[in-house]
Design a protein around this ligand. Structure first.
Ligand code: ADP
Ligand code: MG
Length: 305
């Protein structure tokens, strides 16, 4: 019969696995012509979109380079893997909700001598995320805390960790609302989920009275499960004022600091550098001092909030 031959698998026909090689009929020129005709559809079905979309160019290049079939197949697979990785990264960056694009390459360490570049590069390896440790970034406004949070967050995304960026106000506003509406559990679960939760700007604005308890619940839930990267303009000694409750603040810090890296930035606002140079602002007394781990001292008065 001259009818269309269907590729057959022996296993499908007999219900038993008899061969590791699928039996695809390619007996005559018509068979292969039909397969070529179906190639786009087959690549779509296999979710090989990059190979499908770039096939002509990829095959042309493979031919020009005189690659054999195995080499050409490796080249096609590499194109698909690269495309999938690019899409995964783009999707993960979107999900992370970074407020801006900032990178470690774009961070001028000379402008912020209170930060040890070696320590930041070490954090950029994301071993602390793998271990479920926390990072606490302390310092006055404009010294690059958000910049470093976004840059470290992007490194974590690149290494395949799920990341969510939020501000303390947004996070606590959501938890307070959840408590009022009976959806606290859902919201706590949502913030407990990412492997790295970045909480920016704790201490800038006054918190609602119940915020400390809610924050404690979240930190307890994440404790030794997932990492928190948190930044604040207030030294940890003042967090009882931030949360309006000494006991709650102590309980939060106990868990947050247990396995943690503390980076204390001092010095002048990067934002106001140009203005200072033009004489609009006077340099602050004390200037920059050495980076620290574990301790902090009250930051100089804020130039900008
Ligand atoms: P903070 O969060 O501590 O208030 P930001 O990270 O928002 O400060 O920094 C303010 C601006 O200055 C941002 O645009 C940031 O990219 C930039 N910036 C701060 N410090 C540096 C630095 N050392 N090198 C390059 N850019 C910096
Ligand atoms: Mg900031």
């Amino acid at each position: 019969m001259a009818g269309r031959k269907q590729p057959q698998t022996t296993a499908a026909a007999t219900g038993a696995i008899t061969s590791s090689q699928p039996q695809v009929a390619a007996g005559d020129a018509n068979d292969i012509a039909r397969m070529v005709e179906d190639l786009d559809a087959m690549l779509s079905r296999l979710r090989l979109g990059a190979i499908r979309d770039q096939l002509d160019g990829l095959l042309e290049e493979a031919a020009q380079r005189n690659w054999n079939l195995r080499e050409a197949l490796a080249w096609l697979c590499a194109a698909e893997v690269a495309s999938k990785e690019q899409r995964r990264l783009a999707m993960a960056m979107t999900i992370a909700h970074f407020p801006c694009v900032r990178t470690l390459e774009g961070f001028e360490f000379e402008a912020q001598p209170s930060i040890d570049p070696g320590k930041i590069r070490d954090l950029a390896t994301c071993r602390w995320v793998a271990n479920g440790d926390n990072v606490v970034l302390l310092g006055p406004p404009g010294v690059g805390k958000t910049h470093l949070e976004v840059a470290l967050g992007r490194e974590a995304v690149t290494r395949g960790y799920s990341v969510q960026f939020t501000t303390a106000m947004e996070l606590l506003g959501s938890l307070v609302k959840g408590q009022q509406q009976g959806t606290l559990e859902v919201r706590l679960a949502q913030y407990a989920k990412p492997r790295l939760l970045i909480i920016d700007e704790l201490g800038y604005l006054p918190l609602e009275p119940e915020a400390g308890h809610l924050f404690f619940q979240l930190i307890s839930r994440r404790y030794e499960q997932g990492s928190v990267l948190i930044s604040s303009n207030r030294p940890v000694e003042e967090w009882d004022e931030v949360f309006g409750d000494q006991v709650v603040a102590a309980a939060i810090l106990d868990r947050l600091l247990h396995h943690s890296h503390v980076v204390t930035t001092r010095g002048d606002s990067y934002r106001l550098r140009e203005k200072r140079r033009s004489g609009l602002f006077r340099p602050q007394a004390g200037g920059s001092s050495s980076a620290g781990s574990g301790g902090s001292s009250p930051p100089p008065p804020a130039e900008l909030s």
